[in-house]
Design a protein around this ligand. Structure first.
Ligand SMILES: Nc1ncnc2c1ncn2[C@@H]1O[C@H](COP(=O)(O)OP(=O)(O)O)[C@@H](O)[C@H]1O
Ligand code: SF4
Ligand SMILES: [Mg+2]
Length: 323
């Protein structure tokens, strides 16, 4: 087995169950999107992959990176995985960068922690990492406050890539940047994955994810409720929640920049419904939806939807017309 596989991941924090059932996979070199409203459990999924869940959290299920089981791994296993085989970038680059050290020194520290090599070889890795994110070698001497938001995000990506990880998890990597810089960072991330590294791109911005991801997972109330190849899923969603997200799109191929507001409240993490997690906001809900958890159906190759009454492709257009 290679790449990342998450199966049936559940996370409880106190009485809350913010992750109810998350399952996803990212093959080597693949770009996969994870999309959902704020609070749906995207960041917790990422943190679980890095063994960085809050101390009081209890996790169940399976997280595999290649042949390594990550959930419940020992500290010595984590040392070989975190930053080395699996790297992460966040919304705010300053959360990972130290304002008092130059970018070059911080990069050197990262590679020095993972490779037992002479200084010259480590410095070569630093120069290579800067080059990959299109920052010239002079940036090694710069301090974070001397750089723009886009340059800082590039420096953080360089830091993540310096150890040539198998998988990069990017959690809302461009949310804090303006739109043109956002597009450049996205292009950069896409180019980097061409070299065998997998990318899990997490965002509330469906349009952004659709630009780069080959497959998308849609998360709702801690469950991955639908997945499929990006084009198919964006063209005709099977889950009523995904369809709601796409409903306001002006034309096929021109997607909303932000998730539109969906009426009703997201299911609180402390509530445990008898049936489907989306029932209180769903326009297709029947009595059955309140009684039994929906089955996972595969209506198309590579696709999966958790719903008692999934929308069939030909019906979708009509429903949206009248909805
Ligand atoms: N440290 C924590 N303690 C308690 N609840 C948390 C903690 N971190 C996240 N949560 C809860 O878990 C849910 C999912 O959070 P998160 O994964 O950050 O969502 P997203 O990234 O999709 O916006 C939210 O309801 C949030 O309040
Ligand atoms: S199972 Fe029922 S309530 Fe849930 S999404 Fe499907 S139709 Fe809606
Ligand atoms: Mg988040």
């Amino acid at each position: 087995m290679s790449g990342l596989t998450i199966a049936g991941l559940q996370v409880a924090i106190g009485l809350a169950q913010p992750l109810r059932d998350c399952s996803l996979s990212v093959a080597p070199g693949e770009v996969v999107g994870l999309v959902g409203e704020s609070g749906s459990g995207k960041s917790l999924t990422a943190l679980a992959c890095l063994g960085l869940l809050p101390a009081q959290a209890r996790a169940r299920g399976q997280i595999q990176l290649g042949d390594t089981a990550l959930l419940g791994a020992t500290e010595s296993v984590w040392r070989g995985v975190r930053g080395r085989r699996l790297a992460m970038i966040f919304q705010n680059p300053m959360s990972a960068l130290n304002p008092f050290f130059s970018i070059g020194r911080q990069l050197l520290e990262v590679v020095g922690a993972h490779f037992a090599e002479p200084r010259a070889a480590l410095q070569l890795r630093v120069r290579k990492a800067l080059k990959r994110v299109q920052l010239d070698a002079g940036f090694a001497d710069k301090y974070p406050h001397q750089m723009s938001g886009g340059q800082l995000q590039r420096a953080m990506i360089a830091m993540a890539l310096a150890c040539e990880p198998e998988l990069l998890i990017a959690d809302e990597p461009t949310t804090a940047l303006d739109v043109t810089v956002q597009a450049r960072i996205m292009r950069l991330l896409r180019e980097l994955t061409g070299q065998g590294m997998g990318l899990l791109l997490i965002s509330h911005d469906l349009a952004l994810v659709a630009q780069v991801a080959a497959r998308v997972y849609v998360m709702y109330a801690g469950r991955t409720v639908e997945t499929g190849p990006t084009r198919e899923l964006m063209g005709s969603a099977s889950h009523p929640y995904t369809a709601n997200l796409l409903k306001a799109q002006p034309r096929l191929g021109q997607f909303q920049r932000r998730l539109p507001v969906i009426e009703g409240q997201v299911l609180p993490a402390t509530s445990s419904p008898g049936g489907c997690v989306f029932q209180s906001r769903c326009w297709r809900a029947t009595e059955l939806c309140g009684l039994q958890p929906p089955p996972a159906l595969s209506l198309r190759p590579q696709s999966r939807v958790e719903c008692h009454h999934p929308i069939l492709p030909t019906l979708l257009a009509k429903e949206l017309e009248h909805g």
